[in-house]
Design a protein around this ligand. Structure first.
Ligand SMILES: C[S@@+](CC[C@H](N)C(=O)[O-])C[C@H]1O[C@@H](n2cnc3c(N)ncnc32)[C@H](O)[C@@H]1O
Length: 317
């Protein structure tokens, strides 16, 4: 594991929006290194219950050990699960509704990125895995070596917003099988660098960034999980309970934005309908009309926060 201290993203904004009061049930749906979780524990006060969810078993076990002391005096429960199954997590804990609030700080953690054996890194060599939950699902190696070229290109284009997706997919397919992150990086970078030399692309990030991100999103079905999570969690929020959602990718943010907009509306009839015929009722008040962004100082101190967007909502009474 990395020795670098973990800095939770947009912490003051998160705490302000959660407006924590004692004696309630709080959920961290993406517990990770415990940065936000520790603050939930510290601000939850007496009589609170805190549920820490993560789909990465290794991360969750490490966290459970790290919080040994806090567990002696607080009701902290750990659930190894994808947050898309939040209903099952709550049922297993005999929790009907989340009375305080829930936070989801999406994406991959620094710990996962920094461990080459997890297969997320294009800097250090490792097996081409990329699963956040290593106990199930298919690996990046499987996708890269079995998908038809066109599907592979579509994934790289859609989730990585990589304009060179077709050329990259062609090169990957020509050189299959590809087993390691280094081999994949060696397939992708020359294609991107050749294009950058032509002066048409001013992006200075690592040339394999977009392709690796795309594969990671596909391997973990990150967008599908968010959709399912949002639909499942709102009915389980008590009136007044809050949700804070931090995204790092435009597609994630779009899902959250559209979901909140729909949840906050009193009618989803097509605009040309003369009278409302739907049974939709407002479920959520939007607390952030525009997404909150990290300030300049936070981005300087923690470059991983630079693409963060925070949106929040409150269950209506
Ligand atoms: C950005 S980190 C969270 C960092 C954490 N807020 C902190 O301050 O330490 C994201 C974490 O969420 C987990 N995660 C991502 N998607 C998930 C999902 N669908 N279900 C459960 N956990 C997920 C990852 O395994 C990772 O540990």
């Amino acid at each position: 594991m990395s020795d670098q201290p973990h800095i939770p993203v947009m912490l003051p904004q998160t705490l302000q929006l959660l407006a924590m009061t004692p004696g309630k049930i709080w959920v961290d749906a993406t517990a990770g290194a415990g940065g936000h979780l520790r603050e939930l524990i510290a601000h939850g006060g007496a009589g609170s219950t805190i549920i820490a969810v993560d789909q990465d078993l290794e991360t969750l076990s490490a966290l459970e050990k790290k919080l040994k002391k806090e567990r002696e005096t607080n009701d902290i429960r750990f659930a190894h699960s994808n947050f898309r199954d939040i209903e099952r997590v709550l049922d297993e804990q005999n929790i009907d509704t989340i009375t305080g609030g829930i936070i989801a700080d999406l994406g991959v953690s620094s710990m996962q990125l920094d461990q080459p054996e997890r297969g997320f890194s294009f800097i250090k060599d490792g097996p081409l895995d990329m699963r956040m939950d290593t106990t199930s699902g298919v690996t990046a190696e499987h996708l890269v070596n079995t998908l038809p070229e066109r599907e592979l290109a579509d994934i790289i284009f859609k989730y990585g917003e990589e304009r060179l997706s077709r050329q990259i997919a062609r090169r990957i397919v020509e050189h299959r099988p590809i087993k390691s992150t280094r081999e994949l990086e060696n397939m992708v970078s020359p294609v991107v660098l050749r294009h950058r030399k032509g002066g048409r692309n001013r992006d200075e990030s690592h040339p394999a960034t977009r392709t690796f991100q795309a594969l990671r999103i596909a391997v973990n079905d990150e967008l599908g999980s968010i959709e399912q999570f949002l639909r499942a969690v709102v009915p389980r929020l008590a009136p007044g309970a809050r949700m804070v959602l931090i995204t790092f990718h435009s597609l994630e943010d779009r899902i959250v934005k559209q979901f909140l907009r729909e949840a906050a509306s009193n009618c989803i009839c097509p605009p040309r309908h003369p009278v409302c015929v739907c049974t939709k009722r407002k479920e959520v008040n939007i607390l952030t009309p525009k997404p909150l962004l990290p300030d300049h100082e936070e981005v300087l101190a923690n470059p991983r926060s630079r693409s963060a967007k925070l949106r929040a909502g409150e269950k209506v009474a």
